[in-house]
Write a protein that binds this ligand. Structure first.
Ligand code: FAD
Length: 499
């Protein structure tokens, strides 16, 4: 039955997903009544500290001030992700944000680099990446140095708990009503089967027209009530456990995330203003918790702040992210590895697609199907990118790495690899998140050899090719020389207050 009055949306769960949704709805769905219910007794997953540059779009849409955001979340800047030991122990590469080299005419840079490499003229890829050159020397800048100078895209590391608290204040100041309490039951509409209300353990009943499930891995509404189903991707992404532990600051204050391959998984390092976030993601079929904890603790840059906290997960996604009058966001929608810091991005992408289709009454099947098709596309293409990191390894003799090297790949990824191997060709399909440049860096960094490049690259005389590479590198090195240290840029940003 349709309810009378202003349409209402109830968000179940107040982690990063719940408060991001609440803040965005408070800002844009001004004709709706928005409420959120969460339980302090249950708490949040408490991880999720690295982002990608698209986070700027979300913060800007809310009108957040960068200085305030960094102060509130103890954030720092991120220019990319370093992958340490992913090809083999002792080797490292970076997936840096922003451009690599420069394309000429119709051809992207990778073809010129591949040709130059064959001729022995090319330097390692990082010599042609502004973000990587700056990140490795702990430098950065915000904005362009001069009109026409190369851009330096950046993201943030932040304390996810503080981000959620910051967004909570934002949302409550704009009218979002928060209910504290444990969800004990979910009521269905007897006529159409939609969700009608949530009952709390003290007997309160919260009715709404639409529900957003942000209850984390539990998926209380989308799965517990609507039994939507889950596509299990552990055949492609077999890690199923994590241990997280913050430590005191130490080592370089790097403007990048570090992901270090370990015996049966990998370890993250995320520097914030007040501490370093660390964790290990691993496959329980190949490594026990004690060993994972020992590896994690042996590789910290400062004193551990507490015991490692275990988290269990299954990689994959809901068959339908939007089912009936319920949208799943965040971990309730599914989970892939934090390897490329995509979870918060997936939340923000889903929120903006939902806002574009914001239902007034009962949502139409056309809107729901459209949303779900876009979500499935976005998730599967990100999954493929993550799988590439695993499958293209040369860590021979280590059972976990041997298994992922030989796994059967999703057809969409197998096709991408085949095109790269055949002709150095990278196809970015529709609006898939990761660009040609991102794939190029991971292909090159993980040792996936392109057998050929586009023959149009041969049209450039060899001397011109060498000069082009040298000039590109010199330009970028000069740009970095004019930059400030990351820590100084951060301190200045934190000190900047909106007048
Ligand atoms: P949660 O934080 O689990 O929140 C669930 C909410 O639901 C809580 O408020 C809880 O109280 C409430 N709730 C649950 N059950 C009930 C109930 N019965 N009654 C009332 N309330 C209830 N993402 C990134 O983008 N970058 C990263 O670097 C990153 N690293 C990660 C590392 C790991 C190991 C993991 C597991 C995830 C990582 N993520 C990362 C993902 C990121 O943590 C999540 O996407 C993000 O925190 C959103 O979580 P959530 O809000 O969906 O769930």
């Amino acid at each position: 039955m349709e309810r009378q009055g202003r349409p209402s949306i109830l968000i179940a769960g107040g982690g990063t997903a719940g408060w991001m949704a609440a803040a965005a709805l408070a800002r844009f769905a001004t004709g709706h009544d928005i409420a959120l219910v969460e339980s302090e007794a249950i708490g949040t997953v408490g991880v999720g500290e690295a982002t990608i540059p698209q986070i700027h779009l979300f913060n800007a849409a809310l009108g957040l001030d960068e200085g305030e955001f960094l102060r509130e979340t103890k954030g720092s800047f991120k220019l990319g992700i370093e992958f340490d030991g992913w090809l083999r122990e002792g080797e490292s590469y970076m997936h840096a944000f922003g451009a690599i080299g420069r394309g000429v005419g119709l051809l992207p840079f990778q073809h010129y680099w591949l040709r130059a490499r064959k001729l022995g003229l090319a330097k390692p890829l990082q010599r042609y990446s502004l973000n990587e050159l700056a990140a490795r020397t702990l430098h950065m800048r915000i904005g362009r140095r001069a009109p026409g100078a190369p851009e330096m895209p950046y993201a943030y590391h932040f304390d996810a708990g503080l981000y959620a608290a910051y967004l909570r204040r934002y949302a409550e100041a704009r009218g979002v009503v928060r209910h504290e309490g444990m969800i004990a039951g979910v009521g269905r509409d007897g006529e159409n089967g939609d969700i009608a209300s949530i009952t709390l353990d003290d007997g309160r009943e919260l009715a709404a027209d639409f529900f957003i499930d942000c209850t984390g891995f539990r998926g209380l509404l989308i799965e517990g009530t609507l039994e939507t189903g889950f596509d299990d991707w552990s055949g492609y992404l077999p890690c199923d456990r994590a241990l997280a532990v913050p430590c005191a600051g130490g080592g370089d204050f790097t403007p990048y995330t570090r992901s270090s391959a370990r015996r049966a998984g990998w370890q993250w390092r995320i520097p914030l203003q007040h501490r370093i976030g660390n964790g290990i993601v691993y496959s329980s079929a190949h490594m026990g918790e004690d060993e994972a904890a020992a590896i994690l603790l042996a590789n910290l840059d400062g004193e551990a702040q507490g015991d490692p906290r275990p988290i269990r997960f299954t990689t994959g996604m809901r068959r339908r992210h939007w089912n009936r009058n319920c949208l799943a966001l965040g971990l309730a929608a599914g989970f892939m590895e934090p390897l490329e810091s995509t979870s918060i991005h997936l939340i923000q992408g889903a929120i903006s697609r939902f806002l574009a289709l914001l239902p007034h009454g009962r949502p139409s099947m056309a809107a729901i199907d459209h949303f779900n098709a876009q979500a499935a596309f976005e998730w599967t293409r990100i999954r493929d990118f993550l799988v590439l990191h695993y499958t293209a390894n040369a860590r021979e003799g280590e059972p976990f790495w041997d298994a992922v090297r030989h796994m059967e790949l999703p057809a969409t990824l197998a096709e991408k690899i085949a095109l790269w191997r055949e002709a150095g060709f990278i196809h970015r399909e529709h609006e898939e998140l990761f660009t040609e440049v991102a794939w190029f860096q991971v292909f090159a960094g993980q040792g996936v050899d392109a057998g050929a490049y586009n023959p149009m690259a041969d049209a450039m005389p060899q001397a011109e090719l060498a000069a082009m590479l040298a000039d590109t590198e010199a330009t970028l090195v000069n740009e970095v020389r004019a930059m400030d240290r990351h820590i100084d840029v951060l301190q200045q940003a934190i000190a900047t207050r909106k007048t």
